[in-house]
Design a binder for this molecule. Structure first.
Ligand code: 5GP
Ligand code: ZN
Length: 114
């Protein structure tokens, strides 16, 4: 059995507050929110990080971005705006090695991110 916590969420072994699900992706609220709305969007397939995006899975990544845009609209973030974040590897601050995109909104976000 996979030890990956996001694979466990996909399989239903760890309960989450799901926002969206289809055959390829799941979205759920982050356990430790950094903004009033903080949602994680992940592929059901285990892809470790952005380093593993290639021609074979780029359609899946595109699909996820369409889902993110739809979720942002559904949550009322589209007019004021939001941020989509992917942390990759140690210097990127990635802590879960199953690719995921953060959807952050509901407050003014600062730049640079630090
Ligand atoms: P990273 O730091 O890898 O970009 O983001 C991982 C995110 O996953 C963090 O924001 C963290 O709060 C969130 N997270 C870690 N474990 C769980 C969990 O079991 N459930 C949920 N909903 N979020 C989690
Ligand atoms: Zn995984």
């Amino acid at each position: 059995m996979s030890e990956c916590i996001f694979c466990k969420i996909v399989n239903g072994d760890i309960p989450t507050n799901k926002v969206y699900e289809d055959d390829k992706t799941v979205a759920f609220y982050d356990l430790n929110p950094q903004s009033p709305t903080h949602i994680l969007i992940i592929p059901k397939e285990h892809i470790p990080s952005a380093n593993y995006i290639d021609e074979n899975n780029s359609d899946l990544i595109s699909h996820i971005f369409v889902a993110i845009k739809n979720i942002a609209k559904e949550k009322g973030l589209d007019k004021q705006g939001y941020r989509i974040v992917n942390n990759c590897g140690e210097f990127g601050g990635q802590t879960v090695e199953h690719i995921h995109f953060h959807l952050l909104g509901g407050r003014q976000l600062q730049w640079p991110p630090g």
